[in-house]
Ligand binder design. Structure first.
Ligand SMILES: Cc1ncc(C[n+]2csc(CCOP(=O)(O)OP(=O)(O)O)c2C)c(N)n1
Ligand SMILES: [Mg+2]
Length: 793
């Protein structure tokens, strides 16, 4: 009978077990032992055998690895195809590296250097470990959620016909720790990707019922299972291993199954730690009078009973393979695989085992149980009965290794020499952004085709409307704009189709950043380049900051447009003001930030950004902090030199005379205040300068890169752009810096040539009012700027 896979609502039907290929199962079981051993030995080596130079503990998560050794083995050595991509739960890193080592994809030295400089990373990392890692993990909940968005990216590419036939439909698979489902971002992701009817995602939950601090709540997973079903997922619960299934079929077996199902999580964990005699005592005590069950228990010795009781489905290769086969369709699938944290190790089930290590006696004991001779600990196949040549051939033939190249490449998308838009006499950077995208959409061509925008319910209020009107909303379900169809006047055309190029999200900034992260990895994961642009309100960067950091950490490439920002949204009020985001822009690795004042500057920066996010070697993601404040726009032609300086981070709007003793350096929306103060000041001090800072981040990093080269003696006498800029100033010149944000983002400029600075900016929340009151309140109006400049002179 062909197994239907699902029984009792969600439980996987294991009635098929006799059908599995016994030789393959035995080989996979042998490999599982090596994965478990090698992760234990890697961690032991790092903690006990490597010299500690700093006295710090090294750590590693032994119990978390043993919990998933069978799941990982069944995936990598059987189930995965080259098109599948995996996010491995962070603390299973050693187990992951063991699988790669056995596959001949990881160097022994990297294992020996686990958690050391240049060694295998503590948590799987795309950028540090290399192409074998599909998705970095570390911050729990994010890796799992990223697979949903990566599946959405795959759907997007397929429905747009990108990649054609050569784009295989892989499964985006997350190997998830059960406590990761405490993270709220997980549910945000499930909701948003449900709206997009995403396909080909699997989450395999390592249901060991333990987190870091201890054993988790019994009933939690009932709720979690319901949630998955509510958002249309297949939920397969894999509870029992094949040894347990065999026991259940014997006289007394029903009673055993009943006892297991009623056993509280903490008791099961504690007994897993205590072993055979404790199981026997507890079960007998709880089932007085069930002679058949007691006879069944007594048919096992202590070791045998322990083996059966800990043979949960997630440790049973046969059961796992069948579960994968039972997945009924391409809908997202959650497999809840019961496991024991620390399975097969002396610390199995102990509530404190999260960071637990084995002592030298324990590791020696484990080595002996594994049949490994001293000195052969790193040998891939030591201690196995199977012929090493047969094992090697088996591994070389696994489907996962059919294509070894995991990091794909895509042709760069050509970017025009200049981006144009209709200049207005007055306008905000946000408006200019909308116009620029509108113009790109109108012109069409490769750049327009490869841009994909996304926004958490603020597409219109961040001026993406013009773009969306022309390019449409992406949707699996084709749908006309009902308002338009009924001739209801609206400036927005929301036509949904496969061809749409805007992915609308719910109000979930974590989802925005994860979606950007997934879209921005498209070239490397799917071999098709997308140029993602995400828009949100600047203050809500902080809402999704960890997800933003996560995207940058794996070197995903996207453009982030954050608007409105600062206090310049004045009447919108304090709760929406962003103050520290300029510091985030500077402090976030993998993200270059800009805050232009004028539309023509933005046009130059955006053009550069499209190239920069495609630059494999030197590139990064780009963050544009924009404003809704309309200001007078300069009438000028931007030549190549000025464009270059705008991209480098700053230019003299009014160049100081040589020996000038004063300069005002402004950022973004406060340009008019800086200009006004400068006009007043220069009446008395005609030498003074006015510096437009388009990117404090670029100026700072360029300067620091050179400073480091000077320290290392590797500089070639070059000057940083900011050093060049300040070169005309007198040694005792003083600067006033002004920004609609935290002043520390620019205050460092005084250190470049030893000038003193009056840093003006916003340091507190959160008044609403008109710009006149608000700028005065925070001391970033023309009067304050002028006063600060004069006081210094
Ligand atoms: C966002 C975040 N918060 C906290 C941690 C620290 N942390 C690492 S693992 C862990 C517990 C994870 O438990 P579970 O997901 O069940 O994994 P297990 O070790 O049981 O497999 C915690 C709290 C983290 N890595 N990320
Ligand atoms: Mg757990």
């Amino acid at each position: 009978m062909a197994p239907d896979g699902i029984k009792d609502g969600t439980e996987v039907d294991l009635g098929y077990l006799g059908e599995a290929d016994a030789t393959e199962i035995a080989t996979l079981e042998a490999i599982e032992r090596k994965v478990r051993w090698l992760s234990a030995w890697t961690i032991h080596n790092a903690n006990h055998l490597r010299e500690s130079r700093d006295g710090l503990k090294v750590g590693g998560h032994l119990a978390s690895c043993a919990s998933v050794s069978a799941i990982m083995t069944s995936l990598y050595f059987h189930e995965l195809t080259p098109a599948d991509r995996v996010a491995v739960k962070p603390h299973a890193s050693p187990a992951f590296h063991a699988t790669q080592y056995l596959m001949g994809q990881q160097d022994l030295q990297k294992l020996k250097d686990f958690r050391a400089y240049g060694g295998a990373q503590s948590y799987p990392s795309r950028t540090k470990d290399g192409g074998m890692v599909d998705f970095s993990t570390g911050s729990v909940g994010l890796g799992a959620a990223l697979t949903n968005f990566s599946a959405l990216t795959q759907d997007y590419l397929r429905l747009h016909g990108m990649g054609g036939d050569k784009l295989p439909q892989g499964r985006m698979i997350a190997l998830v720790g059960d406590a990761e489902l405490d993270e709220g971002n997980v549910y945000e992701a499930l909701m948003d990707t449900w709206k997009h009817d995403v396909r080909n995602v699997w989450w395999i939950i390592d249901y060991n019922r333990q987190s870091l601090d201890g054993v988790v709540n019994e009933n939690l997973f009932r709720i979690i299972g319901r949630f998955f079903r509510a958002v249309g997922w297949n939920v397969l619960t894999l509870k029992y291993g094949s040894k347990q299934m065999e026991a259940f079929a014997k006289p007394g077996g029903e009673g055993l199954k009943r006892w297991i199902n009623r056993c509280p999580n903490d008791v099961y964990s504690a007994l897993s730690f205590q072993g055979g005699a404790a199981w026997r005592k507890q079960i007998k005590q709880d089932t007085a009078g069930d002679d058949a069950l007691h006879a069944l228990l007594d048919s096992y010795d202590d070791a045998g009973l322990h083996e059966v009781m800990t043979n949960l489905g997630g440790h049973d290769i046969k059961a796992l393979l069948h579960t994968y086969k039972s997945v009924p369709n391409d809908k997202p699938t959650c497999i809840i695989a019961y496991t024991i944290k620390g399975w097969g190790l002396p610390l199995a089930g102990h509530k404190d085992n999260h960071a637990g290590l084995l002592n030298p006696q324990q590791i020696a004991g484990l080595r002996e149980t594994m049949g490994i001779a001293e000195g052969e600990e790193w040998e891939p196949f030591a201690g196995l009965d199977e012929d090493p040549n047969v094992l090697r051939r088996f591994i070389d033939a696994v489907p996962f290794l059919k294509r070894r190249e995991r990091v794909l490449e895509a042709e760069p998308v050509p970017v025009p020499d200049a981006l144009t838009f209709k200049r207005a006499e007055r306008g905000s950077t946000q408006e200019s952004f909308g116009k620029l995208l509108h113009e790109i959409a109108r012109e069409g061509g490769p750049l327009a085709e490869r841009i994909v925008t996304t926004s958490p319910d603020v597409a219109q209020s961040t001026n993406l409307g013009g773009w969306i009107n022309q390019r449409g909303l992406f949707s699996r379900e084709e749908r006309a704009d009902e308002f338009k169809a009924r001739n209801v006047p609206s400036a927005q055309k929301w036509v949904r189709s496969h061809a749409g190029q805007h992915i609308e999200l719910g109000i979930a900034e974590n989802d925005l950043f994860l979606n950007l992260a997934a879209l921005g990895l498209s070239a490397k994961i799917f071999g098709e380049r997308l140029l993602p642009i995400g828009t949100l309100y600047d203050p809500f960067i902080q809402r999704g900051l960890d997800a933003l950091n996560y995207g940058c950490y794996q070197d995903s490439r996207f453009i982030l447009v954050a608007t409105p920002s600062g206090v310049s949204l004045a009447p919108e009020g304090g709760a929406h003001q962003s103050i520290s985001t300029p510091m985030i822009g500077m402090g976030q690795p993998g993200l270059v930030s800009f805050e232009p004042s004028f539309g023509d500057e933005l046009a130059v920066i955006l053009r550069w950004a499209f190239e920069h996010i495609q630059d494999e070697e030197e590139g990064a993601s780009v963050y544009l902090r924009l404003s809704t404040r309309p200001i007078d726009q300069p009438e000028r032609a931007i030549d190549a030199d000025l464009a270059d300086q705008i991209v480098k981070g700053g230019y003299w709007m009014r160049k100081p005379k040589r020996g000038a003793r004063s300069a005002i350096c402004y950022v973004g929306a406060v340009a008019p205040q800086a200009h006004e103060a400068f006009e007043r000041l220069s009446a008395d001090y005609p030498d003074a300068g006015l510096l437009a800072v388009t990117s404090a981040d670029r100026l700072y990093n360029d300067w620091q890169r050179l400073e480091r080269a000077r320290l290392d003696g590797t500089d070639a006498g070059a000057m940083a752009h900011v050093e060049d800029l300040f070169e005309p100033l007198a040694d005792d010149a003083r600067l006033v810096s002004v920004i609609d944000g935290h002043p520390a983002a620019v205050a460092w400029m005084g250190a470049v040539r030893g000038h003193s600075v009056a840093p003006l900016g916003v340091e507190s929340f959160g008044q609403c009012g008109d710009l006149i009151d608000i700028y005065r309140h925070y001391g970033i109006d023309a009067d304050h700027i002028e006063k600060a400049a004069r006081r210094m002179l």
